[in-house]
Design a protein around this ligand. Structure first.
Ligand SMILES: [Zn+2]
Length: 127
């Protein structure tokens, strides 16, 4: 992927990231959850995957989806920084730009994503 496209995707992801963090911070402050607020800021600042752990907190249970999105956004921005963005993490093929436009946090090509979803559906069904 060329540099200009990469920085476009990074700018879009940065906007998503800022919006998600703001929403979560507003919620935590409105609920007087200073401790969680501090944790969120700390994890977020270091791009830490423990952001996802906060989904287990009752105060943030409503925002599990936003927390997961934030983790995905942080991971996508790490891939941009590492130069692996837009490459399928499963098969190593390039992820088509149209897919990335629709899902900027996509880490797999559509074929691998389908296989992954089919595999996890089977796993869940057998539990
Ligand atoms: Zn793939």
């Amino acid at each position: 992927m060329d540099r200009a496209s990469l920085s476009n995707f990074d700018a879009r992801l940065a906007q998503n990231e800022a919006a998600l963090v703001r929403l979560l911070q507003d919620h935590l402050q409105a609920n007087g959850q200073q401790g969680l607020f501090d944790q969120l800021n700390q994890y977020h600042a270091t791009g830490d995957d423990r952001v996802a752990d906060l989904a287990g907190e009752t105060a943030l249970a409503l925002h599990r989806h936003e927390l997961q999105s934030l983790v995905d956004v942080l991971a996508a921005r790490r891939r941009i920084a590492a130069g692996s963005y837009g490459t399928c993490t499963q098969c190593g093929e390039e992820i088509p730009a149209a897919r990335l436009m629709a899902y900027p946090t996509a880490k797999r090509c559509i074929d691998c994503q389908r296989r992954h979803e089919a595999a996890s559906a089977t796993t869940h069904a057998s539990l």
